[in-house]
Design a protein around this ligand. Structure first.
Ligand code: CDP
Length: 211
């Protein structure tokens, strides 16, 4: 099956680029970050200890997740809740646990089987989940550019709000890149695209040219 892997840090433009590439290829997109966020929301709601990997893995396995244009958690539409600052601040802690990743990676592979391939975006797609992907793109940009993009999406303005967004991104970068299990890293055969000085249309063109 045909898989296009798009990995990279927060605010690098994965979702925008992924959607455009899906549009052009007729593949569907899977946002694996939304899955980690939904598990994190469930953990916060149930008061599960965020340091207890075994409990979090069990929790993840007990949930019915559906990730598409809307994100459903046991049938409830949590599309907006999973983008809350609380979930953002906890998701990298939850995602660092191997039992959680095992459950979600299996679901990601099953999703691709069912959909006959896909554009899959995340942190470990080219390195761990689909090492044989047809195309691997690692999208990145300077922390400043990523902060401004994310702030724009959130409607954050002013020095204080911008500072909070920058801090959140820096903290997730640190946790995602530094964890022992499936850290964020560039796959050996990935094409690195630095979008600091590019607009997202130009990035999409570059990805389509690679394809
Ligand atoms: O959209 P944004 O770049 O803010 O992040 P996301 O894709 O929603 O992912 C949220 C978090 O989930 C990341 O910071 C990682 O901690 C985790 N994640 C992961 O560990 N592995 C993935 N394949 C995707 C996300």
């Amino acid at each position: 099956v045909r898989v296009i892997a798009i990995d990279g840090p927060a605010g690098s433009g994965k979702s925008t680029v992924g959607a455009a590439v899906a549009d052009q290829t007729g593949l569907e997109v899977l946002d694996t970050g939304a899955m980690y966020r939904a598990v994190t929301l469930a953990a916060l709601r149930s008061g599960t200890d965020l340091l207890d990997g075994t409990a979090l893995g069990k929790l993840a396995a007990s949930l019915r997740l559906s990730v598409g244009p809307r994100v459903l958690l046991d049938g409830e539409d949590v599309t907006h809740q999973i983008r809350s600052p609380e979930v953002g601040a906890a998701v990298s802690v939850v995602a660092a646990h191997a039992p959680v990743r095992e459950v979600l990676v299996e679901q990601q592979r099953a999703w691709v089987e069912e959909h006959g391939g896909g554009v899959v975006e995340g942190r470990d797609i080219g390195t761990v989940v689909f090492p044989d992907a047809e195309l691997k793109v690692y999208l990145t940009a300077s922390p400043q550019a990523r902060t401004h993009r994310r702030a724009g999406e959130l409607g954050a303005t002013g020095a204080e709000q911008l500072g909070a967004v920058a801090e959140g991104i820096a903290e997730r970068d640190r946790l995602d890149s530094g964890r022992a299990v499936s850290p964020l890293q560039v796959a050996e055969d990935a094409h690195v695209i630095d979008s600091t000085a590019l607009d997202l249309d130009e990035v999409v063109k570059e990805v389509l040219a690679l394809l």
